[in-house]
Design a binder for this molecule. Sequence first.
Ligand code: ATP
Ligand code: MG
Ligand code: FE
Length: 334
Amino acid sequence: ITILALESSCDETSAAVIRDGVLITNVIATQTVHENYGGVVPELASRAHQQNVVPVVHQALSKANIRKSELSAIAFTQGPGLLGALLVGTSFAKALALSLKKPLIAVNHMQAHILAHFIEDPKPAFPFLCLTVSGGHTQLVLVEDYLKMEIIGQTRDDAVGEAFDKSAKLLGLTYPGGPLIDKYAREGNPLSFSFPPSEMPGFDYSFSGIKTAILYFLRDQTKRDANFIQDNLYDICASIQHSLINMLLDKLIKAAKHYKISNIAIAGGVSANSGLRAALQNLVPAYNWQVYFPKFEYCTDNAAMIAMAAHFKYINEEFCSLEVSPEPRMKFGV
Ligand code: ATP
Ligand code: MG
Ligand code: FE
């Protein structure tokens, strides 16, 4: 089984080739046009995908030394994501499948973030709990099998990646600011400042309150001292990151206890965060957990994870028709 997969849900244009479940190539073109806007500009993202999709697919196939005729199927991200961005990948995949007369596989981007864990060893054992933390989502997912997973908790407003990026923007850092907060946090004291966590019922999250608290805190401090941010950047980053991580892990601990699960994974862009990884690792002795971290290159958006998900769908014969459309708010569940 040889599958070509495309990812174009946000600001990464990516193509990957997977053969019998083994990743062969994963090519990613990250769009830089958004850096000065403090977030992804949807129209610019679509145009950049249009420019990048052909060279990225070409590179993935030529690096894999594979001809199009050898492909068993074409896979793409159907959603969730930006409509215009998803349209580029979807249309390209449909056209390719039609011309090659190959089956088409539609993949859910959030499921794929989780399935990135199966690209390389060590692979989590079922059932496991996955905390998926990315730019647009924050979900606690009970994973029972490759394609059998259920969301047991999620954010009611902002995603945690958004909280990182918006805080970074308030600090004058370029988009996406999450990785920069991570970097500066390593040099700071996480207990310098405190931001109150929001209480949500069950395993749900809310990050809009803490975001506003950070906004007011920075505004008030800057009024008092114009150089406040500059002089305290490392401590501010460490404190923000610490507060966000505590909120994430608090619900994860509750969910693990409730479902009596000790296999714990994290996924999505924010799972690259070194503070989150360290804090999760620190919980291992207390709870007797088995924890799984994806490789850094498979945390943020990539087509390798789409290819991995497509491999499992191919085995299950879950193909889609050429009439398929992108689904910007695509859900998954059992
Ligand atoms: P979604 O997957 O929800 O559709 P997305 O695809 O835009 O959203 P990802 O590519 O999975 O999101 O992740 C991007 C997010 O990860 C950004 O918010 C970015 O700031 C954040 N991020 C990446 N690395 C780090 C890090 N080291 N620390 C904190 N945040 C990080
Ligand atoms: Mg991105
Ligand atoms: Fe993503």
